[in-house]
Design a protein around this ligand. Sequence first.
Ligand code: NDP
Length: 308
Amino acid sequence: MIDLVIIGGGPSAFSAAIYASRAGLSVQIFEKSAMGGMIATSDWVENYPGFEDGISGVELSQKMRKQAEKFGANIDYGDVTSIEEFENGVKIIVDGSELKSKFALIASGNTYRKLGLDKEEELFGRGVHSCATCDGAFYEGKNIITVGGGDSAVQETIFLSRFAKKIYLLVRGDFRAQSVLLSRLDKLVKTGKVEVLKGTEISEILTKDTDFGQKVYGVKTVGNNELTIEAEGIFEFIGLIPNTDFLKDSGVLLNDRSEVIVNDIFQTNKKRIFASGDVVQNAEKQAVVAVATGAKAAIEIAKIYHNE
Ligand code: NDP
């Protein structure tokens, strides 16, 4: 039986793996989609301690992964579809097969929320995007639209301005981003590179047929500005949804936003199942916090493990 299975492959998972492996536990990480978690989609991280000039999100997550592997953690892709506590362990279904471990750590993070517009799903990755680092370079010299008023929308709009000819930033209400990001955005607004449209939402994605299928050529908006905006790409940064679907039959308690409820040692209501990082209730959604909570959970798991 494995000592600890960690569900998720982001900073919190890697940090927990470092601490648990180093404490002598056998550790298996399963990541369902993109290894590295959300930080790996961030172009540049400038508030992670220890890197005074900043570091790319990909490099930061790769360093964490290597460090976890150095201490012996196994890191694989695998889709965990259910977990269930039993008397002395946790039963985990991964890629359809059953696995048993003494403890489990839920570090499954979040996925990007979508607008829910017609054609949005079919155009995803081909005109509609959520990852500026992954897809921004396709829009060199083109007009794009960004959506959202939080830190992600402002930070990624600033990043995308290095490629785009012009960016229309649509904010449905008012900004809620940090002032340091807003003042950087303001400089781009003054140059005309970015135009902010507050109180404005997309009502329709406009497409045209090409030899390669449907292509985005703009949007219609409603609210304070009823416009037709011509742009080839739409980048949505409208918040996050916790990856907790696989917990629906686990008995693990979630709050009304589907985030995992934990106590002060990051233990859920099931004593062998812990949770850390962005999936936990009221998490700050900062890599450094995710790393800290992963470490704390692993330390507490190791204490119980060594006392059994
Ligand atoms: P947030 O939840 O903070 O913001 C979401 C934004 O999207 C809000 O402006 C919200 O508007 C808007 N929105 C939600 N649904 C819709 C919709 N259907 N149509 C239009 N707009 C919509 O999400 P973020 O991804 O920006 O940030 C998540 C977390 O990550 C935060 O805690 C943030 O601080 C953190 N973060 C920190 C960074 C940093 O420190 N540099 C960088 C990036 C993220 P409304 O206000 O009207 O609800």
